[in-house]
Design a protein around this ligand. Sequence first.
Ligand SMILES: NC(=O)c1ccc[n+]([C@@H]2O[C@H](COP(=O)([O-])OP(=O)(O)OC[C@H]3O[C@@H](n4cnc5c(N)ncnc54)[C@H](O)[C@@H]3O)[C@@H](O)[C@H]2O)c1
Length: 356
Amino acid sequence: MDTYRIATIPGDGIGTEVVPAAQEVLERVGARFGIELAWTELEWSCEYYARTGRMMPEDGIETLGGFDQIFLGAVGYPGVPDHVSLWGLLIPIRRAFRQYVNLRPVTLLPGISSPLRDVPAIDFVVVRENNEGEYSEAGGRLYRGTADEVAIQESVFTRRGVERVMRYAYDLAGSRRGRLASATKSNGIIHTMPFWDDVFRELAAEHPGVETSEYHIDALSALFVLDPGRFDVVVASNLFGDILTDLGAAIIGSIGIAPSANLNPEGAFPSMFEPVHGSAPDIAGTGRANPLGQVWAGAMMLDHLGHADAAEAVMGAVSHVLAETGVRTADLGGTASTREVTAELLTALDREVAAR
Ligand SMILES: NC(=O)c1ccc[n+]([C@@H]2O[C@H](COP(=O)([O-])OP(=O)(O)OC[C@H]3O[C@@H](n4cnc5c(N)ncnc54)[C@H](O)[C@@H]3O)[C@@H](O)[C@H]2O)c1
């Protein structure tokens, strides 16, 4: 039995509904593949903030450092400004643990109809820079509330930060179909983006087997809709990757299924696995949240832990439920509850494992 200590942070809203659903699926697959997931639930959330004035305790990062991986639902709730929940929990975790790669697969699963017409196979991965870029604390606001008010926000792009995420993307493309696209905007953003392009081109020389292309972010967004089949791996800065992957989630049918892995590729620190979606206050408490994004994130965690066979079994069960049964939540055009989808997944998983 391989045992892993996993910190779970269900967070807010539907995070508290989809995390237990995914845990059930992961436990079932773990039992079949000799993997024990020892969960410790942490109540860090906007509710915790309302009680304590902090999203996590002062020694929160130290606490998380004692775990192998982190499994997160979503944080954010009306009443707590979004920048508080993001900067009080998610961003410190991503940075403290050098989770500099945010890996977001964009794959159209069988049985799901994309909102796009005449859609080809969609199967690419966005590698989003996760530690620096446009999401920085450098800047400030002057003369607040007056006619002279000024807001300045600096971006931070370091050679070390850009090189390491691009190297990861080049290697990933090399292990897939050998095509890497870079998201840039060096016509309008004249310091950081030409630097981004320079590093991208320098590293191309080290990876002769990878075919490269560069797109301005505006044109790239249009191509995600018009010709998504052309992409294999896309590397993007923190902000561009964030926006592109919500669009990616939309073209594969629903934000409710898209997964996200915040990786420290060296394994020196825990990585963190979460769905792309947020806490969805509009449907929280109704029992109608789609658990598939959280489950897929769980499959990515198993893969990262070195259990590719267990991860494949989970994704096989997801594909079976989508392709062979009508059991799906409202975001995918169905009427099933979170509970019903989870029960169907467990049945499909047993079938998947038995067939192996
Ligand atoms: N990583 C995170 O924790 C994270 C990410 C994004 C947003 N947020 C936070 O979540 C809150 C809500 O943000 P938002 O409304 O912009 O984005 P959201 O992803 O929570 O919701 C967008 C829309 O998608 C739907 N949706 C999302 N996930 C779904 C699921 N699993 N099943 C069915 N439908 C689903 C919602 O009902 C909503 O209509 C905000 O406080 C925001 O800051 C957190």
